[in-house]
Design a protein around this ligand. Structure first.
Ligand code: 4AD
Length: 528
């Protein structure tokens, strides 16, 4: 749409068309999406004058226009495709000509991420049709995805005359044979190269019509449709990049632990104990006896210390969360480590060394309470589960997620929030030697996401641990193996757990942790 940025665009909901110019006498029917800075005038009735659009109407109109243009572009593509079919059926080329690919079969099979090393050479590429665009009457641009990257492929008129190419559908799998070329100066492609296709072979056709990929997933697909079709969403650019980045991140954590000489261990996921309190455990029937899906592998890592020394695991943890928030999952990947013969300060240093930037702001729980008081952030007061008002935060209050996030987002940098009161934290946390009301604990808070890591020094004294079980009304018998660590050569130790999805949501700036899971599990969702 050739409208000057900053100019006035007139939209008429009755007489506007997509062929209009945006002037008052030739109004448009939708707001061109690339003209965000234009002044929009609108009328809903041809007998009324054009009026500047209100803020709320603009928001609604933009949403509608986005859907309209995405439908229009699909319709135009289909039209161009069928005119190409017609054109070729009319031409001398046989539409159903069979391609002889035997002379291409010797070509090296190259993954898209390696194609850059084959400029001016003939190769075979295999993948899925990610997008296709018909250019003019006799040319097609395909974007092929192979899981390693995306490659633009140019299909000329001879090949476009073949029925299989004319009827090619998005998400079909395909072999392409051709020459890798640098894209001509001034033209764009994501990796600076394209494939000039000389022959092709469809491996498996994806459906068209109602079942076409674009009819399942498009701009109109609601979040729940997207979740039901997560297997399809994963084929998209954003989702696949998140999953690949997740893999690189897990490797980076393993490399970091390896550089510090930590041993990777594989703890059980079916357990009899509750590491983080009983309210959100998944109970399972284990051969007729009660068991749980693990909330954290920490207790097991502690027992591996005298066996293999400092150790870590990257494995699944489960929380039967009842609230639906953008940072809670029922199953998440937990990066946990346990370090022996350390002090609280050394534990903080180890955690700080892991993420990309340091130092982090260090803030004690008591300072956070004062910060909330100074900034008039109050906590809700409930009587019998009914909210009866608000009051200023005071020492001993659990800082709720929203207050914690407001504080972290306002401060705007990573925070190591330390020394929480004993009552707010898990039974195993060591008390501060100078103030036994507090624990040697830390939460790592990141802007935009909130808590991504929970950590602490652990109680090393046998009698103190027994008292902690009592205080929390925990039956110590199923924990005998954990207690034994304090009996058979106890040492000072501490560790942490980091939720990889929260870490990724922070670093990739994603709205929710669900976007960085292969298949998210959260309240009520267990499919696909
Ligand atoms: O703070 P948490 O509950 O700490 C523990 O489980 C300790 N036993 C860890 C340890 O010291 N080894 O959980 C640690 C981290 C949180 O900071 C968060 O990143 C993640 O695990 N996490 C969740 N992530 C997604 N959804 C949930 N429901 C989560 N619960 C915890």
């Amino acid at each position: 749409m050739a409208i000057k940025i900053g100019s006035r665009i007139h939209i008429c909901k009755i007489a506007g068309t997509n062929a209009g110019t945006g002037s008052p006498d030739k109004p448009l029917n939708a707001i061109p999406l690339d003209n965000a800075n234009a002044e929009i005038y609108i009328r809903n009735d041809i007998n009324h004058p054009f009026q500047p659009i209100s803020k709320s109407a603009l928001k609604k109109e933009l949403k509608w226009s986005k859907i309209y243009f995405s439908k229009l572009s699909r319709a135009q593509q289909q039209e161009a495709q069928s005119s190409l079919v017609q054109e070729n059926q009319d031409s001398k080329l046989k539409p159903n000509a069979k391609l002889d690919i035997s002379k291409y079969e010797h070509l090296p099979f190259v993954r898209i991420d390696e194609a850059i090393n084959y400029v001016d050479k003939q190769v075979k590429i295999a993948g899925w049709v990610h997008r296709q665009r018909v250019q003019g009457k006799k040319m097609k641009f395909l974007v092929i995805r192979d899981g390693y990257g995306f490659l633009q492929c140019v299909v000329g008129s001879d090949l476009c005359a073949i029925v299989d190419m004319q009827e090619l559908t998005v998400e079909s799998s395909i072999n392409l044979f051709g020459t890798v070329k640098k894209v001509p100066e001034g033209k764009q492609s994501s990796n600076g190269i394209e494939l000039i296709v000389e022959a092709f072979e469809i491996i498996s056709k994806a459906p068209g019509g109602d079942e076409a990929f674009g009819n399942i997933l498009n701009a109109e697909a609601s979040p729940s449709i997207q979740l039901d079709n997560r297997h399809m969403v994963l084929r998209g650019e954003t989702a696949s990049s998140c999953i690949r980045f997740r893999s690189l991140t897990l490797k980076a954590f393993r490399d970091y632990f390896d550089s510090k000489n930590l041993c990777e261990v594989s703890p059980p996921l079916l357990v009899e104990t509750q590491a983080e309190g009983g309210s959100n455990v998944f109970a399972v029937d284990y051969y007729g006896n009660p068991a749980y899906l693990t909330q954290s592998s920490q207790l097991y890592l502690e027992t591996a210390l005298p066996s293999v020394g400092d150790n870590y695991c990257i494995t699944e943890s489960f929380r039967a969360e009842h609230s639906v928030t953008r940072r809670h999952l029922s199953q998440f990947t937990h990066v946990e480590a346990e370090l022996g013969f350390i002090t609280f300060d050394q534990l903080l240093g180890f955690i700080e060394d892991m993420p990309p930037q340091k130092p982090f702001l260090r803030m004690e729980y008591t300072d956070a309470i004062q910060w909330l008081q100074r900034n008039n952030i109050e906590r809700d007061v409930y009587v019998n589960d009914v909210k009866v008002g608000q009051e200023p935060y005071k020492f001993g209050d659990d800082i709720v997620e929203s207050a914690e996030r407001t504080m972290t987002d306002t401060i705007g940098q990573p925070i190591l929030l330390t020394r929480f009161p004993v009552e707010l934290k898990a039974f195993y946390m060591k008390k501060c030697p100078l103030n036994p009301a507090l624990t040697e604990s830390v939460d790592v808070l990141m802007p935009g996401v909130g808590e991504i890591t929970g950590a602490s020094m652990r109680i090393s004294d046998y009698a103190e641990l027994i008292k902690a079980y009592e205080r929390e009304h925990i039956d110590p018998s199923p924990y005998y193996w954990f207690t034994d660590q304090r009996k058979y050569g106890s040492v000072e130790h501490g560790g942490f757990g980091l939720g990889i999805e929260r870490y990724l949501a922070w670093i990739l700036n994603r709205h929710t942790v669900r976007e960085v899971c292969l298949y998210p599990r959260f309240t009520g969702r267990c499919s696909p």
